[in-house]
Design a protein around this ligand. Sequence first.
Ligand code: 6PG
Length: 248
Amino acid sequence: MSGPAVLVHPHADLLAEAAAARLVTSLIDAQAKRGSAALVLTGGTIGIAVLAALAACPARDAVDWRRVDLWWGDERFLPEGDADRNETQARRALLDRIALDPERVHPMPASDGGDGSDPERAARRYTATLPSAAGRGGEAAFDVCLLGLGPDTHVASLFPGHPAAEERERTAVAVRDSPKPPPIRISLTLPVLCSAREVWLLASGEGKAEAVRLALSGSAPDRVPAASARGRSRTLFLLDRDAAGRLE
Ligand code: 6PG
């Protein structure tokens, strides 16, 4: 399989709009081929900007939203409805504006849910919502997995040098010492993120340029989680010009 494709856009707004348009066609194609589409969402500035751009996209409802299955790559372990939860931000940006089948939307558990504010128990419960192919070989579990990129090269809540970034057995884990606030999170692990047919890494701004360079340099995965975030069939780095500033 060929290496990641790097697509550079003039600025962050155009990056979000182009990624949203690309997502519309990817979801339509998946539904045409397999009858449904499976998408993993990310949090973060550009990750949510893509969802907002998708809500405004003229072709948005060419996707049959009732045949879309949604998961999250990670979540801040906060009470239901907290403004800092990725789910809350995704609902405000897009999900509350489209006709999804609620049975097919799988938010990660909240800290005031039934797990008694135990993120490990919540992570285990989330594992049960994942497709059987998640984290295994063989068929892809998801069509597209969206990932924001941290300045330290983290993806989802898998931070360099943290055990969660090196986890290869479990499918979802608790992260208690996140260097990015809030400190407690739940994250899918790399084998699950990589069980998507396509992984799209999204990055904008000069502050991500070094992380982008490292993620594409083939660095050791335990020190650069984004260097291991690769799709089964295709990996895209969707960047703005500033985030691509340290690439040849
Ligand atoms: C989160 C995100 C995280 C994010 C990156 C990039 O829960 O914080 O899932 O992985 O995507 O940190 O975030 P920014 O685009 O805001 O820099």
